[in-house]
Design a binder for this molecule. Structure first.
Ligand code: TYD
Length: 214
């Protein structure tokens, strides 16, 4: 495949979606190939429908295994319908979350184990990994406090989890970053948003120089 695949990762409240938006505004004039922004869980009609089921706060009885399989199912559909065709067409694909979210949230957070979650995702993705992953690094206490301040009511099923769960997710991400430091670049997300944005752009420039016009 000819395109480039970049994923953004981070704990809830890390500012991932805001940083992503700001990075894109700047990138639009600086990069060569056409790009596509997408998200997980979701990104295609069927995957968005699966997202509704996964995040519904009423589904308190959902087991960890069902949850992991649904994330993997949404991912498989999203890859086949959206990501692979775009990469084949030479585009830059930027995904708000991808595989590492499952390894951190279901593998570490839910305690299913990174190996087990990796195995079902191998089936779902046929092993497709991003060329580069940006991990926004923020302590769960800070992230959860941000969320509560922003929207005290509208929490989804994952955000409603206790601090201990989010701490395991955080540790999970740290271990993934250590294991795969070539692909996963860690950015301190406690800095001001503009500093975080510029740091991400620098990382993209350094690691994917052929994307940029100059
Ligand atoms: P997202 O829409 O990125 O929420 P936010 O913008 O608030 O970070 O993701 C929804 C939730 O789904 C989030 O809590 C992380 C979780 N998630 C998993 O647990 N496993 C996964 O594989 C993915 C993609 C997301």
């Amino acid at each position: 495949m000819n395109g480039f695949f970049v994923s953004f990762e981070g704990p809830d409240g890390s500012g991932k979606s805001t940083v992503l938006r700001r990075v894109l505004t700047q990138l639009a004039s600086e990069i060569r190939p056409p790009y596509l922004v997408t998200r997980e869980p979701g990104g295609s009609e069927i995957a968005e429908a699966i997202r509704q089921v996964i995040l519904d706060p009423d589904y308190v009885a959902m087991t960890a295994r069902t949850e992991a399989l649904l994330y993997a199912a949404a991912r498989s559909q999203h890859l086949t319908e959206i990501v692979r065709p775009a990469l084949k067409a030479g585009k830059l694909v930027i995904s708000d979350r991808y595989l590492d979210s499952s390894l951190a949230y279901q593998g570490a957070g839910r305690g299913l184990g990174v190996d087990a979650v990796e195995a079902i995702n191998q089936f779902a993705t046929a092993g497709l990994l991003p060329d580069l992953t940006i991990l926004l690094d923020l302590k769960p206490q800070v992230g959860l406090a941000r969320i509560q301040k922003l929207r005290p009511q509208a929490e989804d099923r994952m955000e409603q989890e206790q601090l201990a769960f989010h701490q395991r997710v955080y540790q999970g991400y740290q271990q993934l970053a250590q294991r795969d430091s070539q692909r996963i670049k860690v950015v301190d997300a406690s800095q001001p948003i503009e500093v975080v944005t510029q740091t991400v752009i620098q990382i993209l420039r350094r690691n994917l120089p052929t994307l940029f016009k100059d």
